[in-house]
Design a protein around this ligand. Structure first.
Ligand code: FAD
Length: 517
């Protein structure tokens, strides 16, 4: 009997080992991918660059990189992984321009899909009533802008930086100084084509597959891969009057910002940033801007104090110059900035929208672009913004900052609460973005450790002071933290996951769901 027991145990043990081995081979052996019929191609050797992103802090090496030519390449690959079932560990990440901060577009030992090589959907601009552009999910916004301008049109809502893909920003929200009026980019999409986590190709809009449509917008890549999006357009202006004014007092600054975003007749772009003295930003904030009154401006001294810069833009066509100057004068006269600090410039619409790229070129030339970026993006309810500013700018960040700090309010009514985006409770909330760069080997205030400690202090303050803050471009390590982030919206998010990607194949770098669990 004993012998029988030992033999049965051995057989059981060996078959378990074999099953694990077979499973392991299946899950990590690239040969099953090599034979897939695709119009593009897989690369198994040059996968290193897919383990990098703008954040420069997380590196997860994939097993394979797919350069898709067609939508069916993406569908075939995902279907193949889906058919492997829950025991395979293989996952799939869409990689847009890889400007994520914490490995969100990476897949450890998985398949990374290089969305920029998708050629299936040639850009198409429709210039009739309700104009739109159809673009591939891997298209860069800068290329969309250039194409639309040929028709005198442009998307309405932007990000500050345009070298990002449609799929990448629609998976988050896409917020900039136009969002107070038009909502984020996810409020400006008519329809999309999606490849789900089961490899199905579905069209979706408000009317067709609407749950998938809303789920994917702001959905952190969890429900499907965006292969095409139809984005709403408006007539593009020729030029932009671009204005910066300074405030010493945060409450006055924020009250003016809020008044501007509520008004009917207002600027076309409203943002703001913090200038913490002793940083070189103080000297930079007005470069390429002209003071309206050079004599007064030269007398202005900040005396080491923290300043708040309101940044505004008004779009115009060259034939409306006089009317524009009058309108801008009227709007400015209602604000309470320090009058000696009015700085203006005029640039083309393209130059204005692509403004961050100019800084990118400069930073790249100094080797300062590809450094670690411990960024922190927060959404703070309006009623708590003064408490936040008092603590963060009066206590935590008093001496220096290691990059721009943006701060501006948006109207929640312009966001669609059916999307997956997670927002604070109130009608107006602020986007506060700490866009830090860390010097790789520094142990000082510009080093990674120091900046991460400061970020932690800011997050802890938000928590203990119960500000009702939500992270934008959120990053968490455990599902418990994700549940807390989503709050009452977690249930819908999890239901959508089980409907569209039940095996948790997609976007593993977000660390929300784990395959096989
Ligand atoms: P990736 O980093 O490649 O991907 C991001 C996530 O989306 C990943 O999870 C990925 O798997 C998923 N994904 C990518 N493509 C698809 C697709 N086609 N379908 C489904 N999922 C997909 N954001 C703002 O809102 N406003 C700003 O002003 C702004 N400015 C920025 C400036 C800079 C310099 C940088 C680096 C980032 C900025 N961002 C801003 C953040 C940016 O919008 C996000 O990081 C965005 O995800 C980057 O787009 P990407 O194409 O690089 O996406």
């Amino acid at each position: 009997n004993n012998m029988l027991f030992v033999r049965s145990f051995m057989i059981l043990f060996l078959s378990c080992c074999m099953a694990i081995r077979i499973n392991h081979c299946f899950s990590s052996n690239p040969s099953s991918l090599r034979t897939l019929p695709v119009d593009g191609h897989f690369s198994f050797d040059e996968v290193h660059h897919a383990a990098k992103d703008f954040g420069n802090r997380f590196q997860l090496l994939p097993l394979a990189l797919l350069y898709p030519k067609s939508v069916s390449d993406i569908a075939t690959t995902i279907r193949h992984v889906w058919q492997m079932g829950p025991n395979s560990e293989l996952t799939v990440a869409a990689r847009g321009h890889s400007h994520s901060l914490q490995g969100q577009a990476q897949a450890h030992q998985g398949v990374v899909i290089n969305m920029e090589s998708l050629q299936a959907h040639k850009m198409h601009v429709y210039s009739g009533n309700y104009p739109y552009v159809d673009a591939s999910g891997g298209e860069l916004w800068i290329d969309i802008l250039r194409e639309c301008l040929k028709y005198g049109l442009a998307p309405k809502s932007w990000t500050d930086y345009l070298h990002l893909t449609v799929g990448g920003t629609l998976s988050n929200a896409g917020v900039s100084g136009q969002a107070f009026r038009h909502g984020p980019q996810i409020s400006n999409v008519y329809q999309m084509e999606i490849v789900t986590g089961k490899g199905e190709v579905l069209n979706c809009s408000e009317k067709q597959n609407s749950d998938l449509f809303h789920g994917v917008l702001g959905g952190l890549g969890q429900f499907g891969i965006i292969t095409r999006a139809r984005i709403s357009l408006e007539p593009a202006p020729d030029m932009v009057k671009w204005i910066r004014v300074l405030y010493l007092d945060f409450t006055t600054f924020a009250t003016d910002q809020e008044r501007l975003i509520r008004a009917e007749n207002t600027f076309d772009y409203i943002e703001g940033f913090v200038i913490i003295n002793r940083t070189s930003l103080l000297n930079n904030w007005r470069s390429s801007f002209d003071p309206q009154d050079p004599v007064q401006a030269s007398q202005f001294q900040s005396d080491g104090r923290t300043l708040f810069c309101l940044e505004l833009a008004k779009y115009f066509n060259r034939d409306r110059m006089d009317a524009l100057n009058e309108e801008v004068g009227n709007l400015l006269s209602q604000l309470r900035y320090m009058t000696s600090t009015l700085f203006l410039t005029e640039v083309s619409y393209l130059e204005f929208l692509d403004r961050v790229h100019v800084s990118e070129v400069k930073l790249r030339s100094k080797g300062l672009w590809e450094v670690p970026h411990p960024w922190l993006n927060l959404l703070i309810p309006k009623s708590k913004i003064n408490d936040f500013a008092d603590e963060v700018f009066g206590n935590i960040l008093t001496d220096t900052s290691n990059g721009p700090i943006l701060i501006y309010p948006v109207n929640k009514s312009k966001w669609d609460n059916r999307t997956s985006a997670v927002l604070p409770e109130e009608d107006i909330f602020y986007l506060v973005a700490f866009l830090n760069s860390a010097m790789p080997s520094s142990m000082g205030t510009d080093g990674l450790e120091h900046i991460l400690t400061q970020n932690k202090r800011i997050l802890e303050f938000c928590e203990t002071a119960r500000l009702g803050m939500k992270q934008y471009l959120p990053h968490y390590n455990t599902q418990e933290e994700w549940k807390a982030h989503f709050g009452p919206r977690w249930e819908v998010f999890a239901q959508r996951k089980s409907a569209y990607d039940p095996l948790a194949i997609l976007a593993p770098g977000q660390r929300i769901f784990q395959k096989g669990i």
